[in-house]
Design a protein around this ligand. Structure first.
Ligand SMILES: NC(=O)c1ccc[n+]([C@@H]2O[C@H](COP(=O)([O-])OP(=O)(O)OC[C@H]3O[C@@H](n4cnc5c(N)ncnc54)[C@H](OP(=O)(O)O)[C@@H]3O)[C@@H](O)[C@H]2O)c1
Length: 268
């Protein structure tokens, strides 16, 4: 068996959303530790560039798959394409958000978000987890958000998809007990990546609190996944926010979240 630099078992890591942001940071960490990579995103040029860089810097195998995971037929085709590959590490990282009032935002966008953040994550996990359990080893990392802990008006569907990811992964971790496979869920707060440009959240009040670096967030999540930890929070403030929700009346939590998600210049 090949062993990585950190003396963890070197294997094949499948990372979704690896063309930039957190996914790219994860790809670098896996490559640095000697794991081969399957990287997925929609931007072929960016992915090919990342693969070439990682191959030459770390001597690992890196393969790119250009897939729109929010399109169910492309998702199914992708799962068929990877059917014969032994995936040891899975990072379900691809995801996006959208700010604004639910009823005013385009439906197509909401559907794509649900498909990517929930359907693709569940489908790929379902496929990979079965093989991992059969072989008695595997590490799964799913990226949720601090938005997962409370309903978030103005970030409505996004937060709801991440609540699914949190619940799904914590339940899966218990189902996997004793199999040699673990499932970890990471809940980052605002992080410096391409996420906010796509979500339109740069104008939200929560951004006034500052952003964590993508590298810092990815490092902590990576370590937690390798240890088989169930949940990972990032930074004291995010941890306090997540836990204080447990003590907050259900009627108050969404109002507080609304305040933070609204635009700085929004009077509503
Ligand atoms: N940044 C934050 O503040 C923050 C906070 C909490 C949680 N998160 C979560 O962290 C994860 C990573 O996001 P990020 O912050 O790194 O954002 P990002 O910089 O926008 O990266 C998102 C990645 O997902 C890929 N992607 C997007 N739509 C896709 C699709 N339909 N099919 C396949 N790949 C797709 C993107 O590549 P292409 O565009 O090339 O497809 C990109 O590689 C997401 O799940 C996000 O919800 C982020």
């Amino acid at each position: 068996m090949k062993h990585s630099k950190g003396n963890v078992r070197a294997g094949i890591a499948l990372i979704t959303g690896a063309s930039g942001g957190l996914g790219l940071e994860f790809a670098k960490m896996f490559a640095e530790e000697g794991h081969d990579l399957i990287l997925v995103a929609r931007s072929g040029d960016k992915l090919n560039h990342v693969c070439a860089e990682l191959r030459s810097s770390f001597g690992v195998e890196a393969t790119s798959y250009v897939v729109d995971l929010s399109a169910p037929e492309q998702l199914e085709q992708f799962v068929q394409d990877i059917a014969g590959i032994r995936i040891d590490y899975l990072v379900n990282n691809a995801g996006f958000g959208d700010t604004g009032y639910f009823y005013l935002r385009p439906w197509k966008l909401q559907l794509e978000m649900i498909n990517l953040n929930i359907l693709a994550l569940s489908r790929i996990t379902h496929h990979c987890a079965a093989g991992m359990v059969e072989r008695g080893f595997g590490r799964i990392l799913n990226i949720a958000s601090t938005g997962a802990f409370q309903p978030s008006p103005f970030f409505n569907v996004y937060a709801a998809t991440k609540a699914y990811v949190l619940s799904f992964t914590e339940a899966l971790q218990v189902e996997l007990r004793g199999t040699g496979v673990t499932a970890t869920v990471s809940c980052p707060g605002p992080t410096e990546t391409g996420f906010h440009a796509r979500a339109g959240s740069y104008r939200s009040r929560i951004m006034n609190m500052g952003l964590m670096s993508g590298e810092r967030v990815a490092k902590k999540a990576y370590r937690a996944m390798m240890k088989g930890q169930s949940l990972v929070l990032h930074g004291l403030r995010n941890a306090l926010m997540a836990f204080s929700i447990r003590l907050t009346p259900r009627s108050i939590a969404p109002k507080a979240a609304h305040y933070f998600m609204k635009y700085n210049d929004d009077a509503q």
